[in-house]
Design a protein around this ligand. Sequence first.
Ligand SMILES: *Cc1c(COP(=O)(O)O)cnc(C)c1O
Length: 457
Amino acid sequence: MSEKIPYKIYLSEDEIPRQWYNVRADMKNKPAPLLNSKTLQPMTHAELSEVFCEELAAQELNETDAYIDIPKEIRDFYKMYRPAPLIRAYCLEEKLGTPAKIYYKFEGNNTSGSHKLNSAIAQAYYAKQQGLVGVTTETGAGQWGTALSMACSYFDLDCKVFMVKVSHDQKPFRREVMRTYGASVTPSPSDTTEVGRKILAEHPGTGGSLGCAISEAVETATNTPGYRYVLGSVLNQVALHQSIIGLETKTALDKYGIKADMIIGCAGGGSNLAGLVAPFVGEMLRQEADYQIVAVEPASCPTLTRGVYAYDYCDTGKVCPLAKMYTLGSGFMPSASHAGGLRYHGMCPTLSQLLADGYMEARSVEQTAVFEAAEIFARVEGILPAPESSHAIRVAIDEAMKCKETGEEKTIVFGLTGTGYFDLMSYKKFNDGVMGDYIPGDDEIAAAIEKLPKVEK
Ligand SMILES: *Cc1c(COP(=O)(O)O)cnc(C)c1O
């Protein structure tokens, strides 16, 4: 096509997908089922529904329907901030002097500042449909809690957020956004739950962790009538909702006859990446096309590159079902990195299976290199990227620089999951030159992996 590709490829409101794409339907090797942590039997819909909303439990188990309708109410909400633009990074290409063509899908155009709102609104909708009073959740860096509080206020649901204590103290502004949307925010571990009290007794003065906050949120949901627990990543249902990112990206690329060679995304619990790549992996699974897909994670929490693919607990308190996933062990305590949203020991089961089957590759990058990439990007593209998203930027830039050497005109697409306005303390460390890189030792990882539950399969 000779038509010049615009800086921003916007779609019309009508082009917002009407269905999510469930990549599991096209996978020959399905992700392994969640197991009941006591009986080690696959979780049934009834068991899952004690913790999750019924419809979400059904989506979690659904591996046969390739397409699932997006209810009108959710689609109407999407219209307020979607379709998200696919942007041609002409300015970055010029700055790098690369023949590569770089595109990014920007998900930061909403108050929560990230892609997490895509799933938050769906989860809140199903909770409301079921007649629930409210939901509980955990949040690490605060993006998920913010997104969920927005979604809950829209549907008039109560929202109880357990926020990892270090973030609670370091990111007071995130907390205020959540409170403005009506959520209650409790620093975790707290003395409001049994598991929180136990963790506090064992580790007085701990700053908490995502795994611990999950345990507290689940306990509160199961002990409070009319409440269920919702999760912002890792689960297959969340990956399903995030497929809207990939579907829009594909529509935008197809509109201009662009074929991606490489698709890059950052991976914390795996939801944005799973969503971004879903329709493309679907083509690979159906042998219609081929892509190079790259997951990028922090070297400080190297789940995909140094973890094992095995059943593990999803939370510290071991109250959640077991999931088969790439994991560093639920006892692994990632160092305090500045990409809070990528500090989780496990990974989405769907994404884990796709990696195990060779449909994607994983790379890890160090924190200072990530911020260097963030700075290059921010200075030419006019968006201050989230540290999490900047992991994808790092690899996109590295690949574009390789193209500069080889002269290859590769088409690179990456997911820009959010903005970095709440991460300015991290940018300050980087600007002051006092940011470090922490890479866990083999012994540290081995010690956590040794404690994995013993499950045959
Ligand atoms: C939470 C978050 C991530 C990581 O979560 P995934 O589930 O792996 O997508 C990445 N980027 C931003 C901006 C986030 O808020």
